[in-house]
Design a protein around this ligand. Structure first.
Ligand code: NDP
Length: 388
């Protein structure tokens, strides 16, 4: 019988968070939940905390404290709210933390989790994109194992020769191509938020769904892979694979290619990270080989989807460019989802921001956070001034 793992789930009410909660509830004797967190979804968080028998539930938004406290009254689960309480939850010493907050809001909680958890499962890619060197350095310093949850990076992690990386020629990140894979630029320019979030293969939160439609998700993933696997940008390739069955591949110097395959279901990479280094039985969808018939591949069209190209440019321009790239995208996606910006305005806002943001040299977390805030102001004023 495996030992009981103590765990924290940051961003428990989101798409990745809920799948994590389901997996934990499928084998409740294996896990002991310390803290679960959300931003504002107090009622749903309270329900989860009770089901999971968590010790503590935290909402980042202090206005939701009363609702959380009332929902947890008489249950024995402690309620807390606010930015400090969120960091305190992330600092609970545990065996395993799921980092599934969306966006840069997850940066400080991830840094806390790295200090106090033995393993941190990272779905929340934006902090890695913006502060990759600091995140990787902290994991090394504290001896914390980082477990990639993004399906592509989890796939690479499973087939990567961690002992002998020198034998690796390249990482091939697959991309479904998103809902607009076959759309013209003109048609994309008029795309609505509803169309952008309607992903053909995956059911995900709104921000990552829009990122998948613009291919910004793949662009962020190139930067994420660069940091997670210490691979130079020229050894990371993106390949469109519409079925999302091969989740990514590693090509070795002798021509061997190792791939990880599975049904497009986030429960598989989450379960891999949750049980690591063991495996856990899940009831998720399995590949039906006879029905699969064929797997298709195509090169990415950089003209219709310029985001991935921009990611390589940012990697070559240094860490500050990666911060600006991510921050401008978060602001632009928010504006698109609230209909203040058209779909093609997202990439234009990122380009304009990159031109204006400059290249600071950033030494620590405070400088990263300050630069991120400056960049967000640049994007916001571009959107309200030029793109309205
Ligand atoms: P969701 O939007 O579904 O969920 C986000 C979670 O973060 C919610 O629990 C939300 O709480 C919480 N949250 C949002 N803002 C804040 C904040 N300011 N402070 C604290 N908590 C906050 O996102 P996803 O689950 O789709 O994605 C989470 C991360 O995982 C993203 O970085 C995404 O790129 C990555 N990812 C997601 C995949 C997917 O299949 N969804 C696949 C691979 C990676 P509340 O509910 O209260 O708003």
């Amino acid at each position: 019988m495996a030992e009981i793992k103590t765990i924290n789930i940051l961003g428990a009410t989101g798409s990745v968070g809920r799948s994590t909660v389901d997996l934990v509830l499928s084998q409740p004797d294996r896990f002991s939940v310390q803290a679960v967190t959300a931003n504002e979804n107090a009622r749903a968080l309270a329900d989860m905390a009770v089901q999971l028998k968590a010790r503590k539930a935290v909402v980042a938004d202090p206005r939701k404290y009363q609702e959380l406290k009332e929902s947890l009254s008489g249950t024995g689960v402690e309620a807390a709210a606010g930015a400090e309480a969120l960091l305190d939850a992330a600092a609970q010493p545990v065996d395993w933390t799921m980092a599934a907050i969306v966006g840069m809001a997850g940066l400080l909680p991830i840094m806390k989790a790295i200090e106090h958890s033995r393993c941190v499962a990272i779905a929340n890619k934006e902090p890695l994109v913006a502060a990759g060197p600091l995140v990787m350095e902290a994991a090394k310093k504290h001896g914390t194992k980082l477990l990639p949850v993004d399906s592509e990076h989890n796939a690479v992690f499973q087939v990567f020769d961690h002992e002998r990386p020198a034998g690796i020629d390249r990482i091939i990140l697959t991309a479904s191509g998103g809902p607009f894979r076959t759309w013209t630029r003109e048609k994309m320019a008029a795309a609505t938020p509803e169309q952008a979030v309607a992903h053909p293969n995956w059911s995900m939160g709104a921000k990552i769904s829009v990122d998948s439609a613009s291919m910004m998700n793949k662009a962020l993933e190139v930067i994420e892979a660069h940091y997670l696997f210490a691979m130079p940008p020229e050894k990371i390739k993106v390949l469109v694979h519409p079925q999302s069955v091969i989740h990514s591949m590693v090509e070795y110097s002798d021509g061997s290619v190792l791939a990880q395959l599975g049904a497009p279901d986030m429960r598989t990479p989450i379960a891999h990270a949750l049980a690591w280094p063991d495996r856990m039985k899940t009831s998720g969808q399995r590949l039906d080989w006879a029905k699969l018939k064929h797997l298709d591949f195509e090169d990415l069209d950089d003209v219709r989807f310029p985001a991935v190209d921009l990611a390589y440019q940012c990697l070559n321009n240094g860490a500050a460019a990666c911060i600006a790239f991510n921050a401008a995208n978060e602001v632009a996606v928010d504006a698109f989802l609230s209909r203040r910006l058209g779909f093609s305005g997202i990439i234009e806002a990122i380009r304009q921001t990159l031109r204006q943001a400059g290249c600071s040299s950033l030494k620590n977390l405070e400088e990263v956070i300050a630069f991120d805030a400056t960049v967000r102001d640049i994007t916001k004023s571009y959107i309200s001034r030029d793109a309205a």
